[in-house]
Design a protein around this ligand. Structure first.
Ligand code: ADP
Ligand code: GLC
Length: 479
């Protein structure tokens, strides 16, 4: 039995700010349980729902010297959907209305978490063969494993994987601070290790010291070797390319299932969508105060509202997009104020046609995936993207920019060969996007049979974890 521990900053159903949580919370369910024992460790944030916190059981606690003080490290556990989760408890670091937000404080709390997570392992009696770290918050773990922890027999042969979900976020602060919080020696703060451009960089530690690096799509694995997508790490990515692989994300097909989804008013499947899906559209139009008309071409956006997601392209051509009243846009998201206000503005300007829902809601996201005809995701970069996969599952045709995981998972519609599962454009250009939206709208209105065949093909694609979990298994087997 190979033992693996995922260590991360978020996991569904406990805490989620983005796709990372979906991956960390769902992928462990899909490993072959005969061969792999995969468990998960995250912080015990005070903002985890009380109902879940009530189900956690105390395992043990100890004190860890961190930044010259002894700090409490509690360990809680709970089984969820057949997976064992561990939670690192410390009220000083993990209290607050959201898991992160303030840069320096985040650096400090995850320097603490990384050390606490490894220190907890002998206490819980789980000795993983592989620790699988996710994103910058866990970047110091591979470093610690090659440093002091290695001296103990318990950690001696432990291997590490570092998965990049988003290279944009690296956990960067001045070297002195990161050195103090990490407790690592001067030796590590050199340009070939944790130093990057004069600062300390937590993710870089993971990228230098992990035995294997993965990222969440093949295209992104290639893109990050180039300066445009490499976020200053492209040289390192090229240097480590022999140990870097792309494994595309899947989604939880039980969680996202239009046939049994309790969040949507009308359930449907790959056969019944022709009649049933549209009922979700009119129900949502009613709920959100849009003009109620089953024929309107409804486009959805469910997203963090940040520059990554290509929202400036939308801003640029929104008036042109809304120049005819046959299109509706439903947005659900939170993020940068400039984008939140932009969508509020357009909802005011185009009442009845544009709906801006500036909040976070899992049930509302499901309603949008089910109701819309198309889903827009014109990202500047996209390591994988889960929203387009959820859209495909719900028979909602993705319109995407050809980058990263969007490029790998959405096959462009080809009218002449009757192929493809969505619409895509190559350049980061607002009018190229607008052209593609108009083309999609034309197929929707004028070639309905073709449109439905695009949906047929999309719904037939398998983006469950079935095949990607096998790829992670292969990776673990060879380590
Ligand atoms: P990223 O991780 O970059 O934010 P992904 O496409 O990988 O992008 O994952 C985003 C996930 O978060 C999807 O499951 C999406 O449905 C969800 N999501 C984003 N914003 C919201 C919101 N405001 N309410 C509910 N779910 C959201
Ligand atoms: C990141 C990326 C997104 C990816 C998700 C899960 O948040 O932005 O593209 O799908 O992680 O891997």
């Amino acid at each position: 039995m190979k033992k693996v521990l995922f260590i991360a900053s978020e996991a569904v159903p406990f805490i989620k700010t983005g796709g990372l949580a979906d991956v960390v919370g769902s992928l462990p369910k899909y490993f072959d349980k005969e061969e792999f024992d995969v468990r998960v460790m995250i912080p015990k944030y005070s903002c985890i729902k009380q109902e879940l916190k009530d189900q956690m059981q105390y395992v043990s606690h100890f004190y860890l010297n961190f930044d010259n003080q002894d700090r409490y490290v509690g360990i809680m556990t709970m089984e969820f959907a057949g997976v064992t989760f561990y939670f690192i408890d410390n009220e000083e670091f993990f209290t607050g209305p959201k898991p992160y937000g303030d840069f320096l404080w985040d650096i400090q709390k995850f320097c603490f978490f990384d050390k606490a997570a490894l220190s907890a392992l002998p206490v819980i009696g789980f000795q993983p063969d592989i620790v699988h770290c996710h994103d910058w918050q866990t970047g110091l773990i591979p470093v610690h494993l090659k440093d002091k922890f290695r001296e103990g027999e318990f950690f001696w042969s432990m291997r590490s994987v570092m998965t990049i979900h988003n290279l944009k976020f690296q956990g960067v602060w001045d070297m002195k601070t990161i050195q103090a919080y990490s407790g690592l020696a001067d030796y590590y703060f050199a340009p070939d290790k944790l130093e990057a451009y004069g600062d300390g960089n937590m993710l870089k530690g993971g990228l230098v010291y992990a035995d294997k690096i993965t990222t969440v799509s093949d295209s992104y694995a290639e893109e990050i070797k180039m300066p445009f997508y490499g976020e200053g790490m492209d040289g390192l990515m090229r240097a480590r390319s022999g140990n870097l692989a792309g494994i595309v994300n899947g989604i939880d097909y039980n969680e996202f299932d239009p046939e049994h989804d309790p969040n949507i008013p009308y359930n449907y499947n790959a056969v019944t969508f022709r009649k049933e899906k549209v009922k979700n559209k009119t129900a949502l139009q009613q709920e959100l105060g849009l003009d109620v008309d089953p024929k309107k071409f409804m486009i959805g956006i469910v997203s963090r509202l940040t520059d990554q997601k290509g929202l400036d392209l939308i801003q640029y051509v929104m008036d042109e997009m809304c120049s005819s009243d046959d299109l509706q846009l439903v947005v659900l998201g939170t993020g940068d104020e400039k984008y939140e206000n932009m969508f509020r503005h357009f909802a005011w300007k185009y009442g009845g046609r544009v709906s801006a829902n500036i909040y976070y809601s899992e049930p509302m996201s499901h309603k949008i995936y089910a109701a819309c005809d198309a889903f827009l995701m014109p990202s500047l970069f996209e390591p994988c993207g889960l929203s387009q996969l959820i859209s495909l599952r719900y028979g909602t045709v993705p319109i995407v920019r050809e980058t990263g995981g969007l490029r790998d998972t959405v096959e462009p519609y080809n009218e002449y060969e009757s192929k493809g599962t969505g619409f895509s454009f190559a350049n980061y250009n607002a009018h190229e996007m607008l052209g593609m939206i108009r083309y999609a709208k034309h197929i929707y209105y004028d070639k309905k049979r073709e449109w439905n065949k695009i949906i047929d093909r999309g719904m037939a694609r398998d983006y469950s974890w079935a095949s990607s979990a096998r790829k992670y298994e292969d990776l673990y087997r060879w380590m």
